[in-house]
Ligand binder design. Structure first.
Ligand code: PLP
Length: 362
């Protein structure tokens, strides 16, 4: 139990910008002069209409995308997308290429296969425990789409640039690095991201889909599993995750108006991660686990000499107000998740602690 704030390095749900949390707090009981909390107003109201439209408009501006893309908000997390994508875009007789870069890609592949869809694993980094992003991949030119996970939250790897697919639509799970850097959306048919790492709370998943992808969706899908249901009704066929969309809108506003856009955000993220990796590389007490060239700027994974020492590191860090540094339970070790909202000050405080801990235990 602590009554003060800590530096939050959790992998997700994760840190949100303090300004956003304060904004929510200030307006929580009376949203926009409505006399009601944001959690109480109708999704059919003008207030919520303005919120969702602003969130869509800001997403398009931040990512520099035009009207050939739709921005949708769904429930069910990124995990629901693992089945919706093949259901909507992979017809019988078609095959899709997937790149397996660890836990979340593996789950996406298994989910497609569980529906008897034809999936080809075009490349995998399983041979070296997913510590790198595969290069020189040759994709099936007939594939319906190519699926990648842009940032591998658990293994701490990230695509430094996206693979060339010669016109085959890229489909990307960007749950843990959406809005962390600018990129060209043109090769993408669909991008999805559970909000709870970089853009909001859990309970809302952002989907950015190219209009033409919506044309060939089979019409016999269950209503809530068909992207057209959301596209036709501005994500409000049924009650959307209102509080989640509202928070996303505020985070996007913060990105545009306080940070100054994704070029600026990317520079800050590169500086934060750069400091951490430089420290790890110079240390013989800590060891970064991901291969240089494939390292994530969002989730910095590292090991100490023994599990017992790692356990002590995580506990002592928390006693110093540095939370969430335990690696994912499936891989062990340590992980500092340094999403957009994690400040340089938090990273520097962590580095000071790591230095002290190494001096005392090395
Ligand atoms: C890259 C990635 N994809 C998918 C998921 C699953 O997201 P959700 O819990 O929203 O289903 C996660 C969660 O940590 C993730 O990091």
């Amino acid at each position: 139990m602590t009554s003060k704030w800590i530096h939050n390095f959790n992998a997700g749900p994760a840190a949100l910008p303090l300004e956003v949390l304060e904004d929510i707090q200030t307006h929580f009981l009376n949203y926009g002069g409505s006399g009601m909390s944001i959690t109480e107003i109708s999704h059919r109201s003008k207030w919520f209409d303005d919120i969702i439209n602003d969130a869509v408009a800001r997403t398009k501006r931040l990512l520099n995308i035009g009207d050939d893309f739709r921005v949708l908000f769904l429930q069910g997390g990124a995990s629901l997308q693992f089945c919706m994508i093949p259901m909507n875009f992979l017809a019988d007789g078609q095959s899709a290429d997937y790149v397996d870069t660890g836990t979340w890609s593996t789950k996406a592949i298994k989910e497609a296969q569980s529906m008897n869809k034809t999936v080809r694993v075009a490349a995998s980094s399983a041979d070296r425990n997913y510590i790198y992003i595969p290069g020189d991949i040759s994709f099936d030119p007939a594939a319906a789409y190519v699926h990648i996970t842009s940032n591998n939250t658990i293994k701490g790897t990230q695509w430094p640039q996206y693979p060339a697919t010669s016109g085959t639509p890229l489909v990307a799970d960007m749950s843990s690095d959406i809005m962390s850097r600018p990129f060209d959306v043109a090769p993408f048919g669909l991008i999805y991201a559970g909000a709870q790492k970089n853009i909001g709370p859990s309970g809302v998943c952002m989907v950015i889909v190219r209009e033409d992808m919506l044309k060939n969706i089979p019409d016999n899908l269950p209503t809530m599993l068909n992207y057209n249901t959301y596209a036709a009704k501005n994500s409000m066929y049924n009650t959307p995750p209102c509080f989640g969309v509202y928070t996303v809108q505020l985070v996007l506003k913060w990105l545009e108006e306080t940070i100054g856009g994704l070029d600026k955000m990317a520079a800050i993220n590169a500086a934060k991660a750069g400091k951490l990796y430089a420290f790890l590389d110079a240390s013989d007490f800590y060891r970064a686990t991901a291969e240089p060239g494939s390292r994530s700027l969002m989730n910095v994974t590292f090991r100490l000499a023994a599990e017992e020492l790692e356990k002590r590191f995580v506990e002592e860090a928390l006693a110093h107000d540095l939370g969430g540094l335990k690696g994912h339970r499936s891989v062990g070790g340590c992980r500092a998740s340094i999403y957009n909202a994690t400040t340089m000050e938090a990273v520097e405080t962590l580095l000071d602690f790591m230095q002290d801990f190494a001096a005392k235990n090395g």
